[in-house]
Design a protein around this ligand. Structure first.
Ligand code: MG
Length: 376
């Protein structure tokens, strides 16, 4: 204890006791790590998890992975990394307002898309087909494999040795339908922040890239509300400022609704600890009216943006290439760098080939493809 107080004004447990609500996850109640470690003198366990994720190579590679749009479409739009940062920021804003554990929230948010392969969901679908007979591939599961087995940081054990709470949070993302007990509120919140974030930024990117227009979206409840709100306050905005103002409103409206609606419900439920949350049917989300409007916006984005001919073309060529690469590595595992050979022995050539491809950035994948198939 002496070491803690000598380095910081207030230790982690004391700060959490003062700032967090009873239904939050307290660092002092953490179930710890698979490989036990001594406490850090001034960082709590979830702060350390966040830092371990931030310093991992999988995290850095998110900057080279597309969210929805590819580098060929310019450099304005979100990458998997900027999306992750937006999710973390929004989740922390809501989490602070609800008196939840921000360190845990940030760790979960920075980790949530760590397992995404190159070329977004198109890449994921292709790799899932490659492993159809071997249990399939999911980016959420791969995120867990990365932090538990693949990242190398310590001599004593594989992976990042994260706390059980962070691992359980990511595990609950793998099969959301199969959830028994409710996940921690911090886990639920990161999920809600993910959709809050992409609904706003995919709208922004799609309009900016000219795939859809604001006019085409003006019948959607959320956009109609945004247009009314913005036009009442600001006259004569340029198209660019109008887009930015709408996206700002879209985010602010969703975040405020999420905080207000959740705070009201948490007050009514009066959970005394995380166990009461786990045994309840509570789920963090926007109020039912906004939930409907989000659904409407999401199906518009699905039909008109994610299925846009320009993106379908990228999607098909990416999938074709990933499958060709998969076959090449399966037939000739020596094509993979030497350092992967021991893991290849352990998990088998099919799994290793998919993991190797899944770890690539879009650009590295492109280069590797051309090295494997120079005439393509
Ligand atoms: Mg995400």
């Amino acid at each position: 204890m002496a070491t803690k107080s000598s380095r910081s004004m207030m230790d982690v447990d004391e700060r959490e006791r003062r700032l967090l609500a009873p239904y939050a996850m307290f660092s002092a109640d953490s179930a710890g790590r698979v490989y036990p470690e001594a406490d850090h003198p001034y960082r709590g366990p979830f702060q350390r998890d966040r830092d371990r994720i931030l310093h991992s190579s999988a995290y850095r590679r998110l900057s080279g992975k597309m969210q929805v749009f590819t580098g060929e479409m310019g450099d304005y739009h979100r990458t998997r990394l900027t999306h992750t940062q937006e999710v973390a920021t929004i989740a922390r804003t809501v989490g602070r307002a609800l008196m939840l554990n921000e360190d845990l929230i940030e760790a979960l948010a920075l980790m949530h898309d760590l397992g995404h392969p190159p070329y977004g969901h198109a890449g994921e679908d292709a790799l899932n087909e490659c492993l159809a007979d071997d249990g399939g591939f999911s980016h959420n599961q791969f995120g867990l494999t990365i932090v538990q087995e693949i990242e190398v940081r310590y001599n004593e054990y594989p992976g990042l040795n994260l706390t059980r709470e962070v691992l359980a949070g990511q595990t609950s993302r793998v099969d959301k339908q199969a959830r028994g007990r409710r996940p921690l509120l911090e886990v639920q919140l990161v999920d809600a922040a993910d959709s809050t974030t992409y609904d706003a930024h995919d709208t922004d990117d799609a309009i900016k890239l000219g795939l859809v227009t604001l006019d085409q979206m003006s019948h959607l409840g959320l956009i109609r509300d945004g247009l009314q709100y913005v036009k009442k306050r600001y006259a004569g905005l340029s198209a660019e400022l109008l887009r930015k103002a709408i996206v700002h409103r879209l985010l602010n409206h969703q975040v405020t609704n999420l905080i207000d609606y959740t705070a009201r419900q948490l007050k009514e439920r009066a959970f005394k600890d995380t166990d009461e949350v786990a045994n309840s049917d509570f789920l963090i989300g926007p109020d039912p009216e906004l939930a409907e409007q989000k659904k409407e916006l999401e199906s518009f984005l699905y039909e008109n943006v994610y299925r846009h001919p320009q993106l379908i073309a990228v999607r098909e060529s990416a999938q074709f290439r990933l499958k060709q690469m998969f076959r090449a590595y399966c037939e000739n595992p020596e094509l993979m760098p030497k350092k992967y050979h021991p893991r290849c022995e352990k998990v088998g050539v099919r799994q290793m080939s998919v993991e190797y491809i899944a770890g690539m950035t879009d650009h590295f994948c492109e280069e590797t493809y051309h090295a494997l198939f120079p005439k393509a």
